[in-house]
Design a protein around this ligand. Structure first.
Ligand code: E4P
Length: 218
C-alpha cells in the first residue's frame, strides 16, 4: 500500500519524506488555506515546492465546479509538473472533466467520494485515483471501512485500473485496516504515519538492549 501525506505543510512533508516511506502528497483547498497560501502565483509555487520535496504524485485540486473551468484549471495544474495529479470533485461536471483528462492521458483523483456508486462512476470515467473519505463517514456513525471493501470488490470484479486512495484518515488503525482490505493508497496526516512506529514493548526492549550493551564494553 502506498503512503501519501494529506497536508500542504512543507515541514510535515519533509519529515515524512525523510522517514523514507512517502509515496506522494494530497492537498485540498482547506489544507492550502490552513497554510495561509493565497493568490494564484503563490498557490502554483507551493505545488512546485511540494513536488521538489517528494518523489511521487501530488494531488492539486481545482476550485471551479463547472466543466470548462475545471478543464482550464486542470490543464494549467497538469502542465506545472509531471508529478501533479488533477483533483476533481465527485459531481457531474467533475466526472465529465475526469473523462476528458483521462482521454488526454492526464492523471486525475476524484475526491469527495462517499458511496460505492460514486466510486464506480469515477472508475468508468477513467480516474487514476478515487478518494473515499473514510474518516468523515466514521464521523457520522457510518462504517467508512465497509465502503473501502465495497469499492475493492467492485474494482476487482471488473479489473478497473483506478487506484483506491483511502482519504480522510484519522489514526493508525485506519491505516492498518486500509492495508487489510486492500486499499491501494492511504492518505493521512503525519501523525497517522509516525503513530505506526509506536509500541511500548519496542521502547522497553530497546532500553534493555542499551543497558545490556553497556556490559559488553564495546
Ligand atoms: C483527501 O483527499 C482529503 O484531502 C482529505 O483526506 C480530507 O480529510 P479530512 O476529512 O480530515 O478533512
Amino acid at each position: 500500500m502506498k503512503f501519501f501525506i494529506d497536508t500542504a505543510n512543507l515541514e510535515d512533508i519533509k519529515e515524512a519524506q525523510t522517514l523514507g516511506v512517502l509515496d506522494g502528497v494530497t492537498t485540498n483547498p482547506s489544507l492550502m488555506a490552513k497554510e495561509g497560501i493565497t493568490g494564484k502565483d503563490n498557490i502554483l509555487k507551493h505545488y512546485l515546492a511540494i513536488c521538489t520535496i517528494v518523489d511521487g504524485d501530488v494531488s492539486a485540486e481545482v476550485i471551479s465546479t463547472d466543466f470548462d473551468g475545471m478543464v482550464r484549471e486542470g490543464e494549467e495544474l497538469a502542465a506545472l509538473h509531471e508529478q501533479i495529479v488533477v483533483k476533481l470533485p465527485m459531481i457531474a461536471d467533475g466526472i465529465k472533466a475526469c473523462k476528458y483528462f483521462s482521454d488526454k492521458g492526464i492523471r486525475t483523483n476524484v475526491t469527495l467520494v462517499f458511496s460505492a456508486g460514486q466510486a464506480l462512476l469515477a472508475a468508468k470515467a477513467g480516474a487514476t485515483y478515487v478518494s473515499p473519505f473514510l474518516g468523515r463517514l466514521d464521523d457520522i456513525s457510518t462504517d467508512g471501512m465497509h465502503l473501502i471493501s465495497e469499492i475493492r470488490e467492485i474494482y476487482d470484479n471488473y479489473a478497473f485500473n483506478t487506484q483506491i486512495l483511502s482519504a480522510s484518515i484519522r489514526h493508525t488503525m485506519h491505516v492498518v485496516n486500509c492495508a487489510k482490505v486492500g486499499s491501494d493508497v492511504m492518505t493521512g496526516p503525519l501523525s497517522s504515519i509516525k503513530g505506526l512506529l509506536k509500541h511500548p514493548l519496542t521502547d522497553i526492549g530497546l532500553n534493555q538492549f542499551i543497558e545490556d550493551a553497556k556490559k559488553m564494553q564495546l
